[in-house]
Design a protein around this ligand. Sequence first.
Ligand code: PLP
Length: 459
Amino acid sequence: MLTNDLLSQWDRESFLHPSTAAGAHARGETPARIIEGGQGVRIRDRDGRESLDGFAGLYCVNVGYGRPEIAEAIAEQARKLAYYHAYAGHGSEAAIELAHMVLDRAPDHMSKVYFGLSGSDANETNVKLIWYAMNATGRPAKKKIISRWRGYHGSGLMTGSLTGLELFHNAFDLPLNPILHTEAPYFYRRPDPAMSEEAFSTYCAEKLDALIRAEGADTVAAFIGEPILGTGGIVPPPAGYWEKIQAVLAEHDVLLIADEVVTGFGRLGSMFGSDHYGMKPDLITIAKGLTSAYAPLSGSILSQRLFEMVAKGTDDMGPLGHGWTYSAHPLCAAAGVANLKLIDELKIVENARDTGAVFQRLLHEAFDGHPIVGEVRGEGLMAAVEFVKDPGTRTFFDASEKVGARVAAAALERGLIARAMPQGDILGMAPPLCLTPAEAEEMVGIARAAADDVAKALG
Ligand code: PLP
């Protein structure tokens, strides 16, 4: 076995990590961690240090670490058929069974699943399918896609453009045309503190309506949104938001993409966030929870309405010129089938709802009224604590104080992984959905102690 020192040296010398300060990492100036194993909601590194994983990797290990059922399904598939492609009507038992299982769980009006490998490539597929559908139905000018500031939809060229976070645009020459952004449904940061949730939702819908009118409805094809904002700050929608947004979309014949990469398969205590918030999307993006990240797999679920547009296109123009070598990869599909079965057997969605309610209550008990906490928010097993300099006047900390990152570092010191979200001083938590109430209590206790450490240091 390689020694830790040698691995560390090779890591600094050879590995360009995603979302990492590349130069500082290569020079050995920033911490690095080599993860070796995991069980349930805990991971273990090569130095033998264990952490409670309060973010389920990147909110993806929904059934928890160390599930032999999924590992065995992958191994069995690898022995039988490691790979065959899905082009020109080919498939594997696992991929077909998984498509059927996904549709069984998705809202009733959904009709087909296209499989990719990551949330980013699934959203890339979504943009292409929508453009294709617009061309197929004689509307070649209707191509713009509207996303929200603070939305997160991936980090490819088109998907990084859909993402509404500065970090993912700066120095990459993004966003590209024809992607537009509208108001984030971020009630805590509403422009006027006197606004009610309903009034703020109306304000967001009016902003969207005005943008569509200014651009011309005949140029706007679709709107994309996460049922609850994720990487942009873990922000549940204000009351009435999706109802009002969907009314605007219907008026202008603009399609809806629900990006459920995080919320799909249980995170909010329901199978899909679309059901949770009464959304009726034309496309649903899935990834993470589809395999609980035991293998890379994503999907675009098409509504019957969208499928008919695409089918018209292929009837008129021939086969769809879109596909990846690894679309519907049998190993990943086998992981997906085993994962969805486990979600049912272990009643993971119900647990996310019930333990989620405990988790949210504990967070409120621990943080409401805390001297540097402005808001505690969340849904199911997805939550955030937002730190501010003065909760009374909603005065934010200067970004240079890095308060969110300091709380996350203090939590890690105490054995909890929680994520400093990229824009604002926000501690995000989204643990595996197999979390127990006792583990929820342990996580919240550590998060509170970490916030106290930082509040004390701030004086
Ligand atoms: N969409 C949402 C809502 C996400 O949270 C993410 C990743 O966190 C993505 C898309 C992109 O997924 P991936 O990182 O697998 O490309």
